[in-house]
Design a protein around this ligand. Structure first.
Ligand code: NAD
Ligand SMILES: O=P(O)(O)OC[C@H]1O[C@H](O[C@H]2[C@H](O)[C@@H](O)[C@@H](O)O[C@@H]2CO)[C@H](O)[C@@H](O)[C@@H]1O
Ligand code: MN
Length: 441
């Protein structure tokens, strides 16, 4: 069986340890010859890289492990890039989450003005890594988690339409783990599902078990009462803001009881609720720094200080399992079904064919084949047409350096009340992102 080489771009990510452990847990079906970490922040990446020098030497001495800032070293002779960069890091995420609420608008990592600001930082970073991959390993696949996946996906459609990149999100998968638990099953793969939407903006329309039994009635009953708040999942999902999001899903569900909603729709349908529960001095990024980041880097520091990884384990979640399963499907032709962010081209028959939509796809050695989802109802169509226009205008603003189009994108967002407020937020974000955004005229 072929042995594969993986580069994790954004090696300093809090999700890197989980990804490495997941790869090591799947060596029987996905043999690995090398793992390379790549980042543009040596200090941050070394915290993880130095610990995993020890971990890999002790547990997998036969696998080459390096961590580097050198693109040629990172991207030469590899089969997959698993990308999870955060351009501007948590410092800029904090501004994405804290600037819009100054104007009465939700502050969020990937939704609304915060997501647009993050998108304009991410496009250049993701394209740069994609170009490195194609220069040094032209046959490799890039599996991209780097957010905001909706804007990044539209940018790669516009700027690198022929590249071997698949943009993904683990939120629906996390929800499917919760739905499997609701009906007494244990894995998301125990469910057959139909789903459509944009990234962080979608709906489940059909969920069945492997015998074809309809599970929607049971799941609807649960979600209508409890949302997704049932306590399963990783520690980070027990943080206050996540429990609130999972609970609010019952009110999001009420808008269309025929479908099961993605939790992110809360930000577009209940921005007033979100604002009532926003503490501008302590937003989600602060919980992440106090939780996941502290936990992950603390464990890495312990390994480095002790000189051994003996007795140390990291929590692995859907984030890690999903991207590894996807790589295996591409490498080993498994023909499994994954939810991917791909060009619509008719998968949703009454929606913009050029939109990057999130739909189920069959994945094999040749790539992916979309599973058509048919026509969507007027409510979802209307919401998606507005949101996809926001995403397209944001990408056009980046490509053209257009202040006008970015103002239009913000004004069009369902989270922003007027063009006046949009402009106030835009001018504040331009100042905050002067080291990251292209110049806008
Ligand atoms: N798609 C999804 O569903 C999903 C799920 C979870 C996380 N994510 C995304 O994964 C990413 C990592 O999340 P995190 O909380 O671990 O972030 P993090 O800040 O801990 O790690 C991101 C890393 O990227 C590095 N980086 C930033 N710009 C870079 C560049 N231009 N080139 C190379 N490296 C660069 C940073 O130095 C940092 O080490 C974020 O984009 C996050 O939104 C996506
Ligand atoms: O606020 P964060 O940084 O904790 O999470 C933001 C991300 O939330 C989703 O990813 C979840 C994922 O759904 C779950 O399976 C697990 O891996 O935790 C992740 C982080 O909470 C969402 O899909 C991402 O796009 C967000 O970046
Ligand atoms: Mn996501």
């Amino acid at each position: 069986m072929k042995k594969y080489a993986i580069t994790i771009a954004g090696g300093g990510s809090t999700f890197t340890p989980g990804m490495i452990l997941m790869l090591m847990d799947n060596l029987d079906r996905f043999p690995i010859r090398a793992i390379k970490l790549y980042d543009n922040d040596k200090e941050r990446q070394d915290k993880i890289g130095n610990a995993f020098d020890i971990f890999m030497r002790e547990r997998h001495p036969d696998i080459e492990f390096i961590h580097t800032l050198d693109p040629e070293e990172a991207f030469t002779d590899i089969d997959f890039v698993m990308a999870q960069i955060r351009v501007g890091k948590y410092e800029m995420r904090s501004k994405d989450e804290k600037i819009p609420p100054k104007y009465g608008v939700i502050g969020q990592e990937t939704c609304g003005p915060g997501g647009i600001a993050y998108g304009l930082r991410s496009i250049g970073g993701v394209i740069e890594i994609l170009d490195y991959m194609e220069k040094y390993s032209p046959d490799a696949w890039m599996l991209n988690y780097s957010n905001p996946a909706a804007i990044v996906a539209e940018a790669t459609r516009r700027l690198r339409p022929d590249s071997k990149i698949i943009n993904i999100c683990d939120m629906p998968i996390d929800l499917m783990y919760k739905m499997a638990d609701m009906v007494g099953l244990s894995h998301w793969k125990d469910l057959d599902f139909s789903y459509y939407g944009l990234n962080h903006f979608g709906w489940f329309t059909d969920i069945r078990d492997q015998e074809g039994n309809d599970l929607m009635p049971q799941i609807k009953e649960h979600v209508s009462k409890n949302g997704f708040a049932d306590g399963i999942g990783t520690a980070q999902h027990l943080d206050e803001s996540w429990v609130e999001t999972f609970t609010k899903a019952k009110d999001v569900y009420a808008l269309d009881p025929e479908t099961i909603p993605n939790t992110y729709l809360k930000y577009y349908l209940y921005p007033d609720f979100v604002m009532e529960h926003t503490d501008i001095k302590h937003t989600r990024v602060d919980e992440v720094k106090e939780g996941r980041e502290k936990e992950v880097f603390g464990l890495c520091n312990t390994i480095t200080e002790r000189g051994t990884a003996e007795g140390i384990d990291f929590e692995i979640d859907a984030h890690a399992s999903y991207i590894v399963d996807l790589a295996i499907a591409l490498a080993e032709n498994t023909k499994e079904v994954f939810l991917l962010i791909v060009p619509n081209d008719g998968a949703i028959s009454n929606f913009d064919p050029t939109a990057m939509v999130e739909v189920p796809c069959i994945v094999d050695k040749t790539g992916y084949k979309k599973i058509c989802q048919g026509k969507i109802p007027q409510f979802q169509k209307g919401m998606m047409e507005e949101q996809v226009s926001v995403e397209k205008l944001a990408v056009e603003a980046w490509i053209e350096g257009s202040y006008q189009k970015l103002w239009q994108a913000l004004t069009l967002s369902k989270t922003v009340p007027s063009a006046k407020v949009a402009k106030l937020i835009l001018d504040d974000l331009i100042n905050a992102n002067k080291d990251y955004w292209p110049e806008l005229k």
